[in-house]
Design a protein around this ligand. Structure first.
Ligand code: SAH
Ligand code: SF4
Length: 348
C-alpha cells in the first residue's frame, strides 16, 4: 500500500485515517497538531504516541515537504523563495515584511490557464494544480525558517495560479491554515485573489471559510477586459459584479478590487470614471497596481502622474484607493512576475 502523506489530509481525514489504522479517532487530532501546528517532519518526533503506534504510522504514512532551492532578497526586504515540488516543477512564494505585518504570498497552481496577457505566470499555460499539501507546505516551510519572534501574520493567495480553478485543494489548505491546532492564521488575515471565476466566487461565499476576497478587475469595459483577460468572455463584467454584490461580507469587512494599470490600455481618466460606476454600491476598496514589467512584456507601466490621476478620480467618488507598492520588483517577485522557469545555476 502506498504511504499516505499526512500533510495532504485535513482534520476529518486524519481522524478517519487513525480509525483505519485501528487507532482511536482522537489520535487523528494529535496527528493534525504535530503535522501542522508543531510542524514536525518526522513521525519519530511524535512523542505522545506509543512506540507501536509510531511504527504502525511509519509503515503507512509519511510527511511531505518542499525543497527550498533558492531565496532571493530584494533591496526592500521582500524575499522570493523558489520551491521544488516532488515532480521537479517549481513554484514561488513571496514574503513581504511591513511595519506591523509579515505577509506571505502563496501559489496554488504550477503555471496558470487563464491566459491574462499582462501576466508572466500565465505565459505557458497551466501545468498542474498544486495539492493541498504543497499549498500548506509553503507556509509551514517559510514559517519554520523565520526567527521565532516574528511569525507570518497574513496570507495572500495571489502567487502563481488561479486559486478558484483549484477550488477543492485551495479551500482544504485554507481550512488547515486557519485551524487553531494548525498555523492558526485568522480568516481576516487571509485574502484570496481571483481573476473572476463566477461559480467559484459563489461557492466561496456559501462556504464557511469567511476569508477576504479580492477580484482582479483590471478593465472598465467588457471589450477591454476580453482583450486582456480571456476569462471575461465566459464571465463578463455584469455577471462578475453581480456575484460580487451577492458575496456575503462579515461585519467590518469589504471586498478588494485590484486594477493593473497598463499605459494607454486601461489607465485613462474615462476608465477611472467607468470603474467608479461599475463598482457603485459595492462595499469595497480598490488597489491600483501599476504594471510590473518583465522581460519580453509588451505593456508599459503608466507614469506616476497618470496613476495618481486615476486614484484621484476614484477617491473623488468616495472610494478608498491604494496604490500597491511594487515590492520586490528588482528580483521579479512583484505581482505578475512569478514564473516557474528557472535558470541554472542559481545565485545564492
Ligand atoms: N490568479 C489570481 C491571483 C494571482 S495574480 C488573479 O488573477 O487575481 C495576482 C495579481 O497580480 C492579480 O491582481 C493580477 O491582475 C496581477 N498581475 C498579474 N500580472 C501583473 C503584472 N505584470 N503587473 C502587475 N500586476 C499583475
Ligand atoms: Fe493567472 Fe492571475 Fe496571471 Fe491571470 S493574472 S494569468 S489569472 S495568475
Amino acid at each position: 500500500m502506498k504511504k499516505r502523506d499526512l500533510r495532504n489530509l485535513g482534520l476529518a481525514e486524519l481522524e478517519e485515517f487513525a480509525l483505519e489504522l485501528g487507532l482511536q479517532r482522537y489520535r487523528g487530532r494529535q496527528l493534525f497538531h504535530w503535522v501542522y501546528g508543531k510542524c514536525v517532519d518526522s513521525l519519530e518526533m511524535m512523542t505522545d504516541l506509543s512506540k507501536e503506534s509510531r511504527e504502525l504510522l511509519s509503515e503507512n504514512a509519511c510527511i511531505s515537504s518542499l525543497l527550498e532551492i533558492r531565496t532571493q532578497v530584494s533591496s526592500d526586504g521582500t524575499k522570493k523563495i523558489l520551491f521544488k515540488l516532488e515532480d521537479s516543477h517549481t513554484v514561488e512564494s513571496v514574503l513581504i515584511p511591513d511595519e506591523d505585518r509579515l505577509t506571505l504570498c502563496i501559489s496554488t497552481q504550477v503555471g496558470c490557464g487563464m491566459g491574462c496577457t499582462f501576466c508572466l505566470t500565465g505565459k505557458d499555460g497551466l501545468v498542474r494544480n498544486m495539492k493541498s499539501s504543497e499549498i500548506v507546505n509553503q507556509v509551514l516551510l517559510v514559517q519554520k525558517g523565520l526567527q521565532a519572534r516574528r511569525g507570518i501574520t497574513n496570507i495572500v493567495i495571489m502567487g502563481m495560479g488561479e486559486p478558484l480553478s483549484n477550488y477543492n485543494n485551495v479551500t482544504k489548505a485554507i481550512e488547515i491554515l486557519k485551524h487553531p491546532l494548525g498555523p492558526a492564521i485568522g480568516a481576516r488575515r487571509i485574502t484570496l485573489s481571483t481573476a473572476g471565476l463566477v461559480p467559484g466566487i459563489k461557492k466561496l461565499g456559501e462556504c464557511s471559510l469567511n476569508i477576504n476576497l479580492a477580484i482582479s478587475l483590471n478593465a472598465s469595459t467588457d471589450e477591454q477586459r476580453n482583450l486582456i483577460m480571456p476569462i471575461n468572455e465566459k464571465y463578463p463584467l455584469k455577471n462578475l459584479l453581480d456575484a460580487c454584490r451577492k458575496f456575503p461580507l462579515r461585519k467590518g469587512r469589504m471586498l478588494s478590487f485590484e486594477y493593473v494599470l497598463l499605459e494607454g490600455v486601461n489607465d485613462s481618466p474615462d476608465d477611472a470614471r467607468r470603474v467608479s460606476k461599475l463598482l457603485k454600491g459595492l462595499h469595497c476598496k480598490i488597489n491600483l497596481i501599476p504594471f510590473n514589467e518583465f522581460p519580453g512584456s509588451t505593456y508599459k507601466r503608466p507614469s506616476d502622474g497618470a496613476v495618481f490621476k486615476f486614484q484621484e478620480i476614484l477617491t473623488d467618488h468616495n472610494y478608498s484607493v491604494f496604490i500597491r507598492k511594487s515590492r520586490g520588483r528588482d528580483i521579479l517577485a512583484a505581482c505578475g512576475q512569478l514564473r516557474e522557469k528557472i535558470n541554472l545555476p542559481f545565485e545564492q
